[in-house]
Design a binder for this molecule. Structure first.
Ligand SMILES: CC(C)(COP(=O)(O)OP(=O)(O)OC[C@H]1O[C@@H](n2cnc3c(N)ncnc32)[C@H](O)[C@@H]1OP(=O)(O)O)[C@@H](O)C(=O)NCCC(=O)NCCS
Length: 144
């Protein structure tokens, strides 16, 4: 049984480090982590935190309306492919819709693009490089 709960920024750091920053010397703390509009979600299996994602009220000029950016999406390797990332996004959308947020967007690693497509996101524009990580696409999903 997987439970999705709000967690603190601090609680996301261990999984961000392990899954997103392994051998990558980039910050695992993000600007906006502690902003008042930011929220962080965690997936728990029997009280063990196994996946995290963060949602920040950041506008991207390529998209319309009120927006949130999805960041730091990561599921521990041994739990990937069991629908947990999907549950985090479903929960985030349930939180964002009553806030009248029009668009959820992210900068997706090329290897994760198909995961986001399955959650209804579309790519915007061309692939771009983030040094030390690699190719990314901006992706978006209108919620309204
Ligand atoms: C990308 C990631 C967050 C997905 O989380 P997850 O818990 O494994 O995803 P889910 O099991 O909920 O996957 C939902 C669907 O997407 C598919 N999927 C998951 N990751 C995928 C990927 N990298 N490529 C293609 N499809 C993928 C699953 O097979 C599943 O398909 P289904 O609905 O047809 O069964 C996770 O694999 C991860 O942490 N990857 C490493 C870090 C990373 O790349 N993060 C994203 C940075 S932008």
């Amino acid at each position: 049984m997987i439970e999705i709960k709000n967690i603190s920024a601090q609680e996301t750091y261990a999984i961000r480090l392990e899954v997103l920053r392994k051998d990558i010397d980039l910050p695992y703390k993000f600007n906006g982590d502690l902003d008042k509009d930011t929220f962080h979600l965690g997936a728990f299996k029997e009280d063990k935190l196994i996946a995290v994602s963060s949602f920040m009220k950041v506008k991207n000029r390529n998209f319309k309306g009120l927006q949130y950016q999805l960041r730091g999406m990561a599921t521990l390797t041994q739990y990937q492919g069991f629908g947990i990332g999907k549950q985090l996004i479903i929960k985030a959308e349930k939180i964002l819709k009553p806030l009248n947020i029009d668009c959820l967007w992210c900068n997706a690693r090329v290897i994760a693009v198909d995961f986001y497509k399955k959650q209804g996101f579309k790519t915007f524009g061309e692939v771009f490089d983030i040094p030390l990580i690699g190719g990314h696409y901006s992706m978006y999903k209108y919620l309204t």
